[in-house]
Design a protein around this ligand. Structure first.
Ligand code: SF4
Ligand code: SF4
Ligand code: SF4
Length: 576
């Protein structure tokens, strides 16, 4: 166990474990030291120089985010020397920053803007010529937009991408010309980027954002020839409230539905329904593979960031991926076939909008094999913007229910939004399919935000070995273990984003002060598990909506028709 050390922060004693940084110790003393490059769980490079403080025993100012505490140390975080240094750093950053604040998405939610105001930094002190801000904006990818002229070179995005074991972006050039780019300055779409958007949520300014399709959705809502339907992913209800100042972990399902309904003439469906449908198909596929000696272990395929990672980096693992489409694409298929046929709607007149926590799903719906069944995929952030543009007072809205016939889903569908949720939902249904007397619905071993979780269950005399990983570096570890023969599983759930979709690249961007002090992933996931527990239906196979869908349309899981609409195939990336 680490030894404790006692030091003073701004004259107040504080005791922390040895090895703690001054930044962490200061937080224990309720002192926030400003940072621009540091981000908990993501980046700690000490490059922005915003966290400089005075400390006894050190020569000059030290970077609090990397400098360790020592017994008897006295730290001063708010001296004139510190403030002057921070102000200078900000003014130098502002000299190279395209200051288009008024229309910037991050206006009022930008760390550079906030600190510049707090330190009274002069944005024009070292102003560049306007011509300096003419680098082309990278619009090559359907999910992310990169504006180099707003970048402050904090490197958080690079750290986030490296943490994903992708390494699509890095620092290029030297000294004054250093900037962030893909290898050989190629457009992001031509790089190895998998679209997870972890770089976007790490960025402290507006240099990275999602490629928005909000204007197309507004146009469809105004078009009398279109019937517009929205469906919302499981995790969105657990995060949307944050964009309206509600505490992290507040479930706003009812208000979210009410808000979407007030955006225009549309219906609002629950994507948890196709999460249930995914489970029906995936559990059946798993059992089939176990019984027939199919390719094992089977990996989940509901995360398009993970699927792209396999296609690009590990095409040899493609046969291990379940052939099930993601809940987003299952919903698109279901709406453009079953729902259109049932309601006499021409598929081209149905405009389908999915609301997702994810940037990768923006490119997923553009994949050729998905047939364009989802017309627009908007992130939680984009939905929040639409609600604000429509002038809706979100917190004052009533709680309303989703529209039938896709309103009712099970708790198994809801927990899809957190790491381990797909696995638990699949286990609930697969175990029941294998052994009709199996009644257990809680599988706590696969819950929580640990990077890798493993468990073995005995179902109908069969040992089912499972693993759950979130974050692509953990996925990489699982793949290496499976390929080397060190790890043995039957079924593996992988989510590209650390913690799963609750921490997706399309989720609200919160201020550093919250990101660095709260356990966002856990708080958001808790909201989903709470909802699961309250649901009268916990197991996907118990859903009355699922029963109707199979009864009226697909017949049975993995039927020929189900395969036509609900399954897909994958393609090895040709660049490798
Ligand atoms: S979207 Fe993900 S993979 Fe692509 S650059 Fe950002 S962090 Fe890297
Ligand atoms: S794009 Fe954003 S996160 Fe990346 S270096 Fe620039 S400012 Fe930092
Ligand atoms: S974990 Fe969820 S949010 Fe992240 S890429 Fe996968 S599907 Fe998208």
């Amino acid at each position: 166990m680490a030894k404790n050390v006692t030091l003073k922060i701004n004259h107040i004693p504080v005791t922390v474990p040895e090895g703690t940084t001054i930044l962490q110790a200061a937080r224990k003393a309720h002192v926030e030291i400003p940072t621009l490059c540091y981000l908990k769980d993501v980046a700690c490079v000490g490059s922005c120089r915003m966290c400089l403080v005075e400390a006894t025993g050190a020569r000059g100012l030290v970077a609090a985010c990397v400098y360790p505490v020592a017994e008897g140390m006295e730290v001063l975080t708010n001296t004139e020397k510190c403030r002057k240094s921070r102000k200078l750093s900000l003014e130098l950053l502002l000299s190279k920053h395209k200051k288009k604040c008024l229309s910037c998405e991050r206006n009022h939610n930008c760390e550079l803007q906030r600190l510049s105001a707090e330190y009274n930094a002069d944005e024009d002190k070292y102003a560049e010529e306007e011509e300096e801000f003419t680098h082309p904006i990278d619009l090559s990818a359907p999910y992310v937009v990169r504006d180099r002229d707003k970048c402050i070179n904090c490197m958080r995005c690079v750290a986030a991408c490296n943490k994903q074991s992708v390494g699509a972006i890095g620092a290029i050039g030297r000294g004054y010309n250093v900037h962030i780019a893909s290898a050989f300055e190629m457009p992001l779409a031509a790089s190895v980027c998998v679209g997870c958007g972890q770089c976007i949520v790490a960025c402290p300014v507006g240099a990275l954002k999602e490629r928005t399709t909000v204007d197309e959705v507004w146009a469809a809502l105004q078009d009398p020839s279109k019937k517009v339907v929205f469906f919302t992913a499981p995790s969105v209800r657990a995060t949307l409230g944050e964009a309206f100042g509600l505490p992290v972990g507040t479930n706003v399902e009812g208000k979210m539905v009410a808000a979407i309904r007030r955006l225009g003439n549309c219906e609002v469906f629950n994507m948890d329904v196709t999460a249930d449908l995914t489970i029906m198909e995936e559990a059946s596929e798993l059992i089939n593979r176990i019984k027939t000696g199919g390719v094992m272990p089977m990996f989940t395929s509901c995360c398009p960031g993970w699927v792209k990672f396999v296609e690009q980096k590990h095409p040899e693992m493609i046969p291990h991926l379940s052939t099930c489409k993601s809940p987003q694409e299952m919903f698109g298929g279901l709406l453009k076939t079953y729902y259109c046929e049932k309601n006499g709607i021409a598929p081209e007149n149905l405009y389908v909008v999915s609301v997702i926590p994810c940037t990768a799903k923006k490119s997923e719906c553009k994949r050729e094999e998905m047939g364009g069944e989802v017309d627009a995929a908007i992130t939680t952030r984009e939905l929040a913007r639409m609600i604000k543009t429509a002038g809706l007072q979100f917190s004052e809205l009533p709680n309303e229910a989703f529209d039938d016939p896709f309103a009712t889903a099970t708790g198994g569908g809801t927990i899809f939004g957190a790491t381990g949720g797909v696995m638990e939902a699949a286990l609930r249904t697969a175990a029941k399919m294998m052994d009709g007397a199996f009644e257990v619905v809680d599988f706590p071993e696969v819950r929580g935000t640990a990077p890798i979780k493993e468990a073995t269950y005995n179902v109908a005399g069969v040992q089912v070995r499972v693993a759950v990983a979130s974050g692509l570096s953990n996925a990489e570890e699982i793949i290496r273990g499976v390929q080397s023969g060190e790890r043995h599983y039957d079924f593996v759930e992988i989510m590209a984003c650390p913690g799963g979709c609750v921490n997706g690249g399309g989720q609200p961007t919160l201020p550093d002060s919250m990101r660095n002090s709260l356990e966002l992933k856990d708080l958001r996931a808790k909201a989903l598990y709470k909802s699961d527990k309250k649901n009268g239906y916990r197991r996907s196979s118990d859903s009355p909506v699922i029963e109707t869908i199979y009864g009226e349309y697909f017949g049975a899981p993995n039927s020929h028709k189900a395969h036509e609409v609900l399954h897909t195939h994958y393609t090895a990336d040709k660049r490798l």
